[in-house]
Ligand binder design. Structure first.
Ligand SMILES: NC(=O)c1ccc[n+]([C@@H]2O[C@H](COP(=O)([O-])OP(=O)(O)OC[C@H]3O[C@@H](n4cnc5c(N)ncnc54)[C@H](OP(=O)(O)O)[C@@H]3O)[C@@H](O)[C@H]2O)c1
Length: 323
């Protein structure tokens, strides 16, 4: 796509104020697109303004549970990206309302505008899963494709980057707790992907010339077990902690109590999720429905994670030479 046609193109990003959102806004602003960020509280999206030129990024109010606000946010847009997701349920923010029917609402509004749609789901999306999160993500994909068969679906594994909820969470826990739990023994396999690579894949898809209606599986260059990642976190933050295997039943029991905290560190649904590997399937890899389709060389955990986990070290960014 030429620079001029990018300047003429308006991309509406639902959930653009979140973790992936800020990286996608930056990637699209650099390419010259006009960006409309559709969020529940636009007044909290001020941090996005410096990522583009004056007037290039604009925040509007939209809630996926209210079809009228979604249609209004899509007015005049050429492309929609749906990044809206939740990790636990609260009040009216239910998994099926947000991931499934919310996704369908965006697809219908996008189809109504004859715009293109990139819908972000998750690896592990499965309508037969015991996890509500995974079931609602799969239902979202089905409803989106029914409303808009040409939509692109992106399914990332766990995403890492400076504001992530994975490495930061366990590094923070290592700072205050003498033990780190290995849920289910820590054997679950994950393929962490850098947030900048996810944003780049979405931006490349917006640039065009990809097969419409494709589902991509996005994973990083290495597969780790959960236990290996916990060892990595401890080594990076330079703390010795006991890694305690926690059978799934016991983790579920603990999660039942923890789920009522304002930002629960673990919920029973997340314990169910951790029973399944989140890695790119052989079918997707063999058919090129991965980062390779966008010619992206994925960044490694080792190259990125220490650049932001240093803040959990006792010595901060200054290394203790005698250690
Ligand atoms: N982060 C990961 O490791 C990971 C892994 C796999 C898949 N994903 C998927 O990737 C997508 C982006 O993830 P993320 O980490 O960027 O999530 P995030 O940081 O939690 O951001 C989610 C965004 O959704 C918005 N939102 C929530 N409920 C909404 C609603 N009812 N209407 C409109 N906006 C709403 C949030 O804004 P407000 O709450 O302020 O309105 C926020 O901007 C999600 O679909 C997620 O499921 C993420």
């Amino acid at each position: 796509m030429s620079t001029q046609s990018r300047r003429d193109s308006l991309v509406t990003i639902f959930g653009g104020s979140g973790f992936v959102g800020r990286h996608l806004v930056r990637a699209l602003a650099r390419r010259g697109y006009r960006v409309r960020v559709a969020v529940r509280r636009p007044e909290l999206a001020g941090h996005l303004q410096p990522l583009g030129m004056v007037g290039q990024i604009h925040a509007v109010q939209a809630n996926l549970r209210h079809a009228g606000s979604v249609a209004a946010a899509m007015r005049g847009a050429d492309v929609a990206v749906n990044l809206v997701g939740i990790l636990f349920e609260r009040a009216r923010q239910r998994f099926d309302a947000v991931h499934a029917h919310g996704g369908e609402t965006v697809a219908q509004a996008t189809a109504g505008q004859r715009a293109r749609l990139i819908h972000v789901s998750a690896l592990g999306a499965d309508e037969r899963s015991a996890s509500l999160y995974a079931r609602s993500k799969a239902m979202g994909e089905r409803l989106v494709l029914a409303a808009m068969p040409s939509a692109t679906i992106m399914r990332p594994s766990v995403i890492f980057g400076p504001e992530d909820d994975f490495f930061n969470r366990f590094a923070a826990l290592a700072r205050i707790s003498p033990i780190l739990p290995l849920v289910g023994g820590g054997a679950t396999r994950l393929q962490p992907i850098f947030v900048g690579d996810v944003a780049e894949a979405i931006a490349c898809d917006i640039d065009g010339a990809r097969a419409p209606g494709t589902t991509y599986e996005l994973g990083g260059p290495q597969i780790f077990t959960f236990a290996e990642l916990m060892h990595y976190v401890l080594a990076t933050v330079e703390r010795r902690r006991l890694l305690v295997p926690l059978p799934f039943w016991l983790a579920r029991l603990q999660a039942k109590a923890l789920q009522y905290l304002p930002r629960p560190p673990l919920t029973p649904d997340q314990v169910e999720l951790l029973k399944t590997d989140t890695v790119v399937s052989t079918a997707a890899a063999n058919s090129g429905r991965t980062l390779a389709a966008f010619d992206i060389e994925p960044r490694t955990v080792a190259a990125i994670v220490p650049t932001y986990l240093w803040r959990y070290r006792r010595s901060g960014q200054f290394r203790n030479r005698s250690a």
